[in-house]
Design a protein around this ligand. Sequence first.
Ligand code: IDP
Ligand code: MG
Length: 154
Amino acid sequence: MERTFVMIKPDGVQRRLVGRIVNRIEEKGLRVAGLKLLSMKESQATELYSVHKGKPFYDGLVKFVTSSPVVVMVIEGAYAIKVVRALLGATFGYDAAPGTIRGDFGTSKGFNLVHGSDSPESAQREIPIFFRPEEVVAWSPADANWVYEGPERA
Ligand code: IDP
Ligand code: MG
C-alpha cells in the first residue's frame, strides 16, 4: 500500500473536471484517503514547488496555483505513486498520450490540470503541506479482494 499527493489545479476546478478526474483515479482501483477544496496560500505553493525555484516558469506557477481554488487529495492503493503519474500522462498536454488526463483534457504546458507526487520521498514531503495526520484516513475498499492479489492488499 502506498500513498501519494494529488492536486487538481485551478484550471481543472474552473473547468468543473473534479468529478471526472477523481473518477479516473477511483475506477483504476485507487482510493481517496483525504480530500478537500482550498485556496492555496503562497507559502504552501512555494513549499510544494520548492524544487523548481529559480526556473523560468516558477513565478508563473506559484501565481497560477494560488489564483483560484484547488482540490487536494491523498490517494492510497497499490503502486499509487506510479499509477497516478501514468494516469496523468506527460507534463505538457500536447505531449501527453490520449487516454491520460493531461492528454485528454488539454494542450497547455502550465495548465495541465493535475499534480501527482513523483516519488515516495516527494509524497512524504508534499502530503503534510496540506493535510494534518487526522485528515488522512486509511480504509479498505469492499472489493479489495477482487482488485488486488494477496500481498498487494496490505
Ligand atoms: P510534473 O507536474 O509532470 O511533475 P514538473 O516538471 O515537476 O512536471 O513541473 C511542475 C509543474 O510546473 C508542471 O506540472 C507545470 O504545471 C509547470 N511547468 C513545468 N514546466 C513548465 C514550462 O516550461 N512552462 C510552464 N509551466 C511549466
Ligand atoms: Mg514534478
